[in-house]
Design a protein around this ligand. Structure first.
Ligand code: SF4
Length: 437
């Protein structure tokens, strides 16, 4: 049997995938394997993949073709959403691929590895149901300041363009005691900030109506934990953002005043074809309610431009809504059809790339002008920053405000891991600049 000592893992996609990689790393280290920084040094290569957009998948396929040329005796595995969305097709297409691990089988990686080694044939573990295992999805993390905790997995929404419900299954909320215990465990380890993760965190507890314990309830309990300075959550579906959650953002001292509020489009016709289950008016009403209850809250969003049949008028409605709300962060993407999704089956991808890019650039230009106006107004103000690390240039410290703004400033490395009040002195692009007060 081949001697295995090292592994390399590459993560693509969202924060949930980042956390899943931390859980996989925990499993592999428990099997006395050492993590290495390059594929060359590794006995095992693991790609934790994303299927949300064409580009993410193309990157992984490129890697698999590359490995075909010089695999030598390395073991190659794919996990994450591509394993779930493409299943056996991947194994057939890439005979040099050794195993597939599903998004819900993170705890099965060492068993699959052993089975592969003993049987020397392609292996896969791709269960869609995993409820019983959920409480054991523990991770050891490299970052010692911020940590993500998955509170709910899967998604019950069926947005027409999205593959996630097929790759992560239905919503399953984690037991609140287990979440609170993990948060206390992290607080005792000195973590300052926790981010609660889910494809749709706001529907936490809805799948367990008998418990009558919903997302705001969990936030109030987590806010009682000592030593945690900040609580964040990601990602929300607008239909499940409630008044109770808005009050929690206003009233809980640790809950940061930033809400990621994906709108996707400002046109009701497009929202209907996306199956987003809210209208632009209903969405705007919730944003205005949030702003009235927590005036200093900042709002982020996701937008898809160039969805099938999106007309100039439809796009103008998205542009107008963006202009009205003045988002603080925005992730803007051009539509790319995902195989096996309703939209890919139902609609022709009939908006040219040229038009998609034109609309994307127009919205990005608007976003930057809004940020410029907002950041100019912040000059001279004081912001609390959780100092995360040295910036890439090694000269500045970097961190984020409660409102999720990125800030860099000069200061002593001993400030890393601490909350520091910073006076804003300027900005460039999406980063504020400041000086220590
Ligand atoms: S809410 Fe919609 S876009 Fe988000 S993960 Fe679920 S199906 Fe996908």
């Amino acid at each position: 049997m081949k001697d295995l000592n090292t592994f390399y893992i590459r993560t693509y996609g969202c924060q949930m995938n980042e956390l899943d990689s931390e859980i996989l790393i925990t499993q592999l280290k428990a099997r006395n394997l050492a993590q290495v920084e390059t594929e060359t040094e590794a006995d095992i290569i693991l790609l934790n993949t994303c299927s949300i957009r064409d580009l993410a998948e193309k990157k992984v396929l490129g890697k698999l073709y590359e490995y075909k040329k010089d695999k030598k005796d390395k073991i190659i595995g794919i996990c994450g959403c591509m394993a779930m969305s493409q299943k056996e097709t991947l194994l057939k297409k890439f005979p040099h691929l050794d195993f597939l691990i599903g998004t819900n089988n993170l705890l099965d990686i060492t068993k699959v590895l052993d089975d592969f080694l003993s049987k020397n044939t392609q292996m896969k573990k791709l269960d869609i149901d995993y409820e019983k295992e959920l409480e054991n999805f523990y991770a050891t993390r490299d970052n010692k300041i911020k940590a993500s905790i998955a509170i709910i997995r899967g998604c019950n929404n069926h947005c027409s363009y999205c593959i996630v419900p097929q790759t992560r299954g239905k919503e399953v909320s984690r037991d609140s005691k287990s979440i609170i215990n993990e948060a206390k465990y992290l607080a005792n380890l000195g973590y300052k900030e926790i981010t609660l993760l889910g494809q749709n965190v706001n529907s936490y507890g809805l799948d367990k109506p008998d418990q009558n314990y919903l997302f705001p309830d969990l936030l109030y309990d987590l806010n009682k934990i000592d030593n945690i300075d900040r609580i964040r959550f990601m990602t929300s579906h607008p239909k499940d953002i409630t008044k109770d959650l808005m009050y929690a953002i206003r009233d809980l001292d640790k809950l940061c005043e930033f809400v990621h509020f994906p709108v996707q489009s400002g046109s009701n016709k497009v929202l209907k074809e996306m199956r987003r289950s809210y209208s632009a008016e209903e969405y705007l009403e919730k944003v205005n309610l949030l702003k009235s209850i927590t005036p200093n809250a900042t709002i982020g969003t996701d937008i898809i431009v160039g969805f099938p049949n999106e007309t100039d008028e439809d796009f103008e409605k998205t542009y107008k809504l963006f202009e009205l709300i003045e988002y603080d962060t925005a992730f803007i993407f051009a539509y790319s059809p995902r195989q096996k999704t309703y939209a890919a089956r139902k609609f022709e991808d009939n908006i040219s790339n040229e038009i998609k890019q034109k609309r994307l650039q127009k919205l990005l230009k608007l976003f930057h002008s809004i940020l410029e106006k907002k950041y100019k107004a912040l000059i001279g103000s004081k912001k609390e920053v959780l100092v995360e690390s040295l910036n890439k240039d090694g000269i500045y410290l970097k961190g984020r405000t409660r409102e999720f703004e990125k800030v860099i400033f000069k200061g002593d490395k001993s400030l890393i891991g601490k909350l520091q009040i910073v006076e804003i002195t300027g900005f460039s692009y999406q980063t504020l600049k400041g000086k220590v007060i």
